[in-house]
Design a protein around this ligand. Structure first.
Ligand code: S3P
Length: 419
């Protein structure tokens, strides 16, 4: 059955985290409209409050008061980052420069994720950071920092973001040179909040200084959440879905290019551009999808959409290859393995060769008794769309994890799926 209609997904998760956490190093007050209410963003909000930040719900949005320069001094404060890697990594960058001892911990999934990638640049800046063999808990003794020039080994917006945010509290400029461009929200927001981040090719240089919050910030819809229904529309005959008011920064929209290359019709209508492009996206099924090769250079711009693109590839004619997707191994689950097992359980031909994901399509799905998301929100929603494509109902273990990024996923599904 097709997906038809118009919807607005929740506020962008990456921007929502940054708006809350960057208020720790900003002065003034802001009204954030359309903030994501996903559990991950609520985790950042709880951390902000635990650090003494003031935020209150109003009819139009969340009013947040910047805490810059008025941080309470904590002898030792434990911050529970629950399931949120973005909270832990970005806040580590900020707290490295704030006097006090901070213990950043999380749930069993987060405790398995690599944190040395943020600890390393922070130590080079003079921070005292220890971890449990590279994993949480992270113990940070915040203090004075010195700017550095750093080239992270991984293409990671979180590592870049943590280093640049530490740079705001350092003496002297801090530069991060990326091996591939990743989402640029941290540097864009630094400039939007009257700080100074100079972007020259793959190098971003931030000058020290506190930020100033704008009076209002409208958070556009999350393209990574929109991707579930837009990709479903590309895959399923008779479908036509419009997502309105979506963040359309180039670092986030790689999946739309891939869907277009696979044969779907994709129409973008830009509606605003400050500080990042926003608009409506229409995706229409116009015929069977074609297999495609996704290059290593494209991966950072679609990293969170790979589960859905992999599902689309199971329905495309030919062999699709996603090159150099090793980053998937360190997400909420080892997504390379869990995609292989769960799409495999539906009868799809999915293989991993080295760091490449290889999918032979098309597949008509067989139905197992259950599917298991491993509490990986993006996998749970991908499996739910796979079942809709098969017009079938099978219990998905760990489906409650959808609330991490898209608490209203089931409502959107009901709205758009003409079953
Ligand atoms: C994010 C960056 C990406 C992405 C994650 C959110 C961000 O992670 O997968 O969901 O908001 O900066 P990495 O920085 O680890 O690649």
């Amino acid at each position: 059955m097709p997906f038809i209609g118009t919807f607005s997904p929740p506020g962008d998760k990456s921007l929502s985290h940054r708006l809350i956490l960057m208020s720790l190093v900003a002065k003034g007050e802001t009204l954030i409209k359309g903030l994501s209410h996903g559990e991950d963003v609520l985790t950042s909000l709880a951390a902000f409050r635990a650090l003494g930040g003031e935020a209150r719900e109003e009819a139009e949005g969340l009013r947040v008061k910047g805490l810059a320069g008025t941080w309470p001094r904590f002898e030792s404060l434990e911050i529970d980052c629950r399931n949120s890697g973005t909270t832990m990594r970005l806040i580590a960058g900020i707290l490295a420069g704030v006097p006090g001892r901070y213990i950043l911990d999380g749930d069993d999934q987060l405790r398995r994720r690599p944190m040395e990638r943020v600890a390393k640049p922070l130590r080079l800046m003079g921070a005292k950071v220890s971890s449990n063999e590279g994993r949480p808990p992270l113990i940070i003794d915040g203090g004075s920092l010195t700017g550095v020039d750093y080239t992270p080994a991984d293409a990671s917006a979180q590592v870049k973001g943590a280093t640049l945010l530490a740079g705001l509290l350092a003496s002297g400029p801090t530069s991060v040179t990326e091996i591939l461009p990743t989402r640029g929200h941290t540097e864009t927001l630094i400039n939007h909040f009257h700080g100074r981040a100079v972007i020259e090719g793959l190098t971003i240089t931030v000058c020290p200084g506190l930020l100033t919050l704008p009076p209002v910030f409208d958070v556009p819809g999350d393209p990574s959440s929109a991707a579930f229904f837009l990709t479903a529309a590309a895959m399923i005959p008779g479908s036509k879905v419009t997502a309105t008011n979506i963040l359309l920064s180039p670092g986030r929209t790689g999946f739309l290019k891939v869907l277009n290359r696979m044969g779907a019709e994709v129409t973008l209508t830009l509606t605003s551009d400050n500080p990042e492009p926003v608009g409506d996206v229409l995706v229409e099924h116009t015929g069977p999808l074609k297999a495609t090769e996704v290059t290593p250079e494209e991966i950072p711009s679609l990293i969170d959409e790979i589960p859905m693109l992999a599902l689309a590839a199971t329905q495309a004619n030919g062999q699709s290859v996603f090159r150099a997707v090793d980053e998937l191994r360190v997400k909420e689950t080892d997504r390379l393995m869990s995609l292989r097992h769960q799409l495999g359980a539906l009868g799809a031909r999915v293989n991993a060769e080295g760091n490449d994901l290889i999918i032979d399509g098309p597949t008509s799905f067989i139905l197992p008794e259950t599917l298991d998301s491993g509490r990986d929100h993006r996998l749970a929603m991908t499996l739910s769309i796979a079942l809709a494509a098969a017009n079938a109902k099978v219990p998905i273990i760990g489906a409650e994890s959808m609330a991490i990024s898209y608490p209203s996923f089931e409502e959107s599904l009901k709205e758009l799926w003409r079953n």
